[in-house]
Design a protein around this ligand. Structure first.
Ligand code: TYD
Length: 204
């Protein structure tokens, strides 16, 4: 059975990861013989919709940590079963790539910043598919907030919370034994993408 390539982009809101994820998708899709799918979490499924409602309506970032942890894990289980794994296993000689905008690194970083023990979160995500490579887009919370200034702030988009969150993202390599690359996301999209492309070319 073809294995496929599973790539994750993660990091703070405002780190530019969604733009980079699109560029990466287009890059892989344009390569001879490759098929690529761009997807994201939270999804538009039943758990994802419940999450988005909470993100838009709630003001206190530390509130409802346990409930959110459960929702994100349930959402991920569905996402893997219905979307990610079927695409990776599709017929194309293993040249199927999924680019996922956020994954369990977000759960580890965000929900531990909300106050849940990181090892408990890791335990709940233990059986999920390990990405072949994950990029954590690193940026200061000040720059990130500046970039999202024009839109309404969601639950987690507050300076103090984001400072703690960034530290947790930067500690990710110590918390979990995955192939993680920390990327300086304060540079231009082109420069950030070049760094990522270099790593991707090694595994394609
Ligand atoms: P996202 O869709 O990236 O936000 P936006 O639509 O504003 O670009 O993610 C929604 C929020 O959910 C974001 O603040 C990160 C958070 N989140 C978690 O707290 N845990 C998780 O497991 C995931 C996937 C996201």
């Amino acid at each position: 059975m073809a294995k496929g390539i599973f790539i994750v982009l993660d990091g703070l809101d405002g780190s530019g990861k969604s733009t980079i994820a699109k560029m990466l998708h287009d890059y892989i899709y344009s390569k001879e013989g490759y098929n690529a799918l761009l997807t994201s979490e939270p999804t538009d499924g039943k758990y994802g919709r419940e999450i988005r409602k909470m993100l838009a309506e709630e003001k206190n970032p530390k509130e409802n940590a346990g409930k959110m942890l459960e929702l994100f894990v349930n959402d991920r289980r569905e996402h893997l079963r219905d979307t990610i794994i079927p695409f990776l296993k599709g017929k194309n000689k293993g040249k199927n790539a999924v680019i996922c905008d956020r994954y369990y690194y977000s759960t580890i970083a965000f929900q531990s910043t909300q106050g849940i023990d990181a090892n408990k979160i890791i335990g709940k995500n233990r059986d999920f598919l390990k990405p072949d490579i994950a990029f954590i887009m690193d940026i200061t919370p000040e720059i990130a907030l500046d970039r999202i200034e024009h839109r309404k702030k969601e639950k987690f988009e507050q300076l103090e919370f984001m400072k703690e969150l960034r530290e947790n993202f930067l500690r990710m390599k110590e918390m979990i034994d995955d192939n993680i690359k920390i990327i300086d996301a304060s540079k231009s999209n082109r420069e950030v993408f070049e760094q990522i492309k270099e790593e991707i070319d090694k595994i394609l």
